[in-house]
Design a protein around this ligand. Structure first.
Ligand code: ADP
Ligand code: ASP
Ligand code: MG
Length: 401
């Protein structure tokens, strides 16, 4: 007997037909003699619809009330799925974050899990029940409902797999595995049988939303094997694990992120302490800076460009403008119509020419690069958003065709 945590995303439980398909999957796993814990996301576009409802009432409603609202979607899903499983004649119980004591910090909208208890779930499993748990939500120290950030149900599933010492954590979604690029954007993308935690973490952090990046981080830390597979088709998926197959893979995939903005601070004083001042002001407001580029100074002045999330852009601009005199820039140049395109692969470390191939692909498409950032296992470029789809296809073809 194995203990399996299965997670189904929004499109997998979108309507009654999907719900019964999922219920069938779950009960098949239970009938095979396994203990089954299931984490569900909100149905279809429910979370987006709830966000829209909030906007209609008050676009500036507090983050606390947003979390109170958004957590409803997952609670609907588990109750409905429990009813579908009851209809199929199996014992089942649905539970929310309170009932499984899933604790988080107090960052509404982006809460991080601090602990969860296996007690209630264990008791229900011992009663031979299938246990359904809400994804995405937690409880803060102040006993408030929090949410884990968009796509966070994957992280709920891994957290429960850790707490329950599960044998496997399966992430069921609307594609049948992790591909070398988003298969909706690149039709000839290839499915990976296996991928390392490190490569998957980079891909997820750089925009491949097939897994929430923190779920990969947690799976790596606690050695949980993750499997990404389709809830619609019965075919093998992709295994995310410490060491992927022996054969050397240089590039694991291409990712794109359209949720960013670039802010250039033009005409800064060319003297020590300027970068420190800027980043200290932003950090004080909890604004994360991603890519950073500093130009060579021209006499007394220099420019620094940064990227932040599009969501944080207005606040970042406000903070910088408020401190304009102290920071001493001439003006800000802000662009929200940019995108980040990245290649990821643990194998690029010892393989020369990877950056050249990526830049050649962009050159052949006449796509201009605004910023470049690299690490040992990734290369990221910032380009115009309207060229991003084309860039992803061109780069993918360069490495995988
Ligand atoms: P769920 O609702 O099941 O959590 P998501 O929409 O969050 O599903 O994630 C699945 C989507 O991720 C796919 O539909 C696909 O378009 C997208 N995606 C992006 N990059 C990749 C990739 N490299 N491999 C597979 N899917 C990807
Ligand atoms: N329902 C949440 C979202 O849409 C969480 C998730 O699906 O993982 O972001
Ligand atoms: Mg998701």
């Amino acid at each position: 007997m194995s203990l399996i945590v299965m997670k189904f995303g929004g499109s997998s439980v979108a309507d009654a037909e999907c719900m019964f398909r999922v219920a069938q999957r779950i009960t098949d796993c239970y009938k095979a003699g396994n203990e089954v814990v299931v984490v569900l996301s909100a149905q279809g576009d429910t979370t987006d619809e709830l966000i829209e409802k909030a906007r209609e009432i008050n676009p500036n409603g507090s983050k606390r009330e947003m979390d109170m609202l958004l957590s409803c979607g997952e609670q609907m899903s588990v109750a409905l799925c429990a009813m579908a499983i009851q209809k199929l004649g199996f014992p089942v119980v649905s539970l929310n974050a309170w009932q499984v004591n899933l604790r988080t910090d107090s960052r509404y909208g982006n809460a991080h899990i601090t602990k969860t208890s296996a007690k209630r779930i264990r008791e229900e499993l011992d009663r031979q029940r299938i246990v359904l748990v809400t994804g995405f939500q937690g409880i803060s120290r102040e006993e408030d409902i929090t949410t884990l950030g968009r796509g966070g149900s994957d992280t709920s599933a891994v957290a429960l797999a850790v707490a329950l010492k599960a044998d496997l954590c399966q992430i069921y979604t609307d594609v049948d595995g992790v591909y070398t690029a988003d298969p909706r954007l690149v039709p000839n993308a290839k499915k990976l049988q296996e991928i390392t935690y490190d490569d998957m973490l980079e891909l997820a952090s750089l925009g491949a939303k097939v897994l929430h990046n923190r779920s990969v981080q947690m799976a790596k830390r606690y050695h949980i094997d993750l499997e990404v597979l389709s809830s619609f088709k019965n075919v093998p998926g992709t295994i995310v694990k410490e060491v992927a197959k022996m054969e050397k893979v240089v590039i694991s995939g291409v990712a794109m992120d359209q949720s960013i903005a670039r802010i250039a601070l033009v005409g800064l004083n060319n003297e020590p302490g300027v970068a420190y001042q800027i980043f200290a002001k932003l950090a004080k407001k909890n604004i994360d800076v991603d890519v950073i580029l500093q130009s060579i100074g021209r006499g007394d002045s220099k420019d620094i460009s940064i990227t932040v999330t599009r969501e944080a852009c207005d606040e970042a601009v406000r903070v910088l403008e408020e401190n304009r005199e102290e920071l001493g820039f001439e003006y800000l140049n802000v662009r929200k119509d940019v995108a980040k395109v990245s290649i990821v692969g643990g194998g690029m470390l010892n393989t020369p020419g990877i950056a050249a191939s990526m830049f050649q692909a962009l050159y052949e498409e006449h796509i201009n690069i605004h910023m470049i950032s690299t690490s040992e296992i990734k290369i990221t470029v910032l380009i115009d958003e309207d060229k991003a789809d084309r860039a992803v296809r061109a780069i993918h073809n360069k490495f995988f065709d």
